[in-house]
Design a protein around this ligand. Structure first.
Ligand code: F0G
Length: 466
């Protein structure tokens, strides 16, 4: 089927930031100097940076203007009142707690609403959510739906497996479960959306068993767009109405506003439960700041109030999601297998399939990410065995990620389709010489989150598939 033409940007450009493509020789030297770790390359030496869509959005003229309106009062700032009103308008909860980014919201919630030993089911935990849950003695459980494992381009592959959730609650007993979380869109599962029907079902299950139901909603507007586009009965509703319906079914939400807040920094918790609100704000004062700024400047709160309204604009979202889809089609046409359909914020390339001669223990996703930099100055991140693999401390055996992927995130309102066409040309060049790409070995690594800081070297011998 011929897809509809990708809409043109629903904005024009008012300020630009120069980017520079270093020579191939310089790129080869820079990656070698960084011990083949893309996190160790300075951003100045990157031409197109697809490492994350978090905190990397371009702000609008309205947001830049709002900066000057920031009320930097310690207590009761006008900027907080605006922020609070905006969030209440979308999420419909009684209380709003600002914090400086999403992982602080997670830390606060798990510190105050979880007892050690309790389970936390999620469609799929994002790394920091999982990390914070474990850190507070909780047991994070991922319950992605069966369709998420399929190669078919099905809608709503981000859903939670409700049959499994129900039997898990019956098996463990509700008192063993701190809360159930729904991540929208499901970042760790390819940025796939969750349907309203699935949200409704999970909410109904939770409330029937007296369980708290929370959202991790960094990309809630993108999720709402998918519901409008692909779920029966929602085509005539506005993005704001869909978001309001989603959040009417939960007890609270945590948000990293660095994504759909269209801002460079920010986060919040919103909820109805007054007792929990009191506990959270007491804790907030200790670690972030007074409840009317929570680690943010007044000007950040202003920028977020504008961003959270702008992100609900249909034309913006239509361009955004279609651009990601356009990017996916281009990468696929270049000969790289991708996860389909494309999700809300990134294209995930299946490096394991592209480079079958490199074993998971020699990190095909990492090898591909290095090639993107060397070939074209493009930075992407491995989401595979370098990130999620390791050595079992009890058995000493190596374990690997289920898939060897490379995530290519599109920052919001930053790159044009010419940039995407350029990246596709880089991909095509890599594909023509894919058999010659070698795997990597780790020279030095840390115990936790090794991919950020490890040193690597090109393997001398070819690996055997594990
Ligand atoms: N939840 C989700 C679903 C996320 O994607 C992230 C961050 C967080 C929570 C944590 O928020 O960074 O503001 O503390 N994701 C970024 C990414 C880092 O690149 O996907 P944070």
């Amino acid at each position: 089927m011929q897809r509809k033409r990708q809409p043109a940007e629903p904005y024009r450009i008012k300020a630009v930031e120069a980017i520079k493509l270093q020579s191939r020789h310089e790129r080869e030297e820079l990656i070698a100097k960084g011990n083949y770790n893309v996190f160790k390359i300075d951003a100045e030496d990157i031409y197109i940076d697809l490492l994350t869509d978090s905190g990397t959005a371009a702000m609008s003229n309205r947001q830049w203007a709002a900066l000057m309106l920031g009320d930097e009062s310690y207590a009761g700032a006008r900027s907080f009142r605006k922020f609070e009103k905006t969030i209440k308008g979308i999420f419909g909860k009684k209380f709003v707690i600002p914090c400086h980014q999403g992982r602080v919201a997670e830390n606060l919630v798990f510190s105050n609403a979880l007892k050690p030993g309790q389970y936390v089911p999620n469609n799929t935990h994002f790394d920091t959510t999982r990390g914070n849950c474990l850190h507070k003695g909780g047991i994070p459980i991922d319950m992605p739906c069966e369709e998420s494992k399929s190669d078919e381009p099905l809608p709503f592959k981000g859903n939670m497996d409700t049959v499994r959730l129900e039997s898990f609650i019956k098996d463990k007993g509700p008192e063993q479960i701190a809360m159930v979380i729904m991540t929208v869109t499901n970042n760790s599962a390819g940025g796939q959306p969750v349907s309203m029907a699935n949200i409704r079902e999970v909410s109904e299950i939770c409330h029937r068993h007296g369980l708290l139901f929370y959202f991790d909603c960094a990309r809630f507007a993108e999720n709402s767009y998918f519901i409008k586009r692909d779920e029966a009965g929602y085509a005539g509703k506005s993005i704001a109405e869909i978001a309001q319906e989603m959040f009417s079914m939960c007890d609270g939400a945590m948000m990293s506003a660095k994504k759909d807040g269209l801002a460079n920094m920010g986060g919040f918790i919103t909820l109805d439960d007054e007792k929990l609100y009191e506990k959270l704000t007491q804790h907030l004062i200790l670690i972030e700041g007074f409840p009317t700024y929570g680690g943010l400047a007044g000007r950040d709160l202003e920028v977020l109030s504008v961003g959270l309204r702008e992100v609900l604009d249909f034309d913006y979202l239509d361009f955004r999601i279609e651009q990601v889809e356009y990017f996916g089609e281009k990468i696929k046409a270049a000969g790289m297998p991708i996860i389909e359909p494309t999700g809300g914020h990134a294209v995930f390339v299946d490096a394991g399939q592209l480079l079958p001669h490199i074993s998971p223990g020699q990190f095909p996703g990492h090898a591909l990410a290095v090639e993107f930099y060397v070939e074209g100055g493009v930075r992407a991140v491995e989401i595979g065995s370098l990130m999620f693999g390791g050595t079992d401390p009890d058995t000493g055996k190596e374990f690997f990620a289920p898939r060897e992927l490379v995530r290519m995130c599109l920052p919001r309102r930053v790159y044009t389709n010419s940039h995407i066409d350029y990246i596709a040309e880089v991909a095509e060049k890599i594909v023509t010489r894919k058999e010659s790409i070698r795997g990597y070995e780790i020279l030095k690594q840390t115990k936790f989150l090794r991919h950020f800081t490890c040193d690597l070297a090109v393997c001398k011998s070819e690996g055997v598939k594990a």
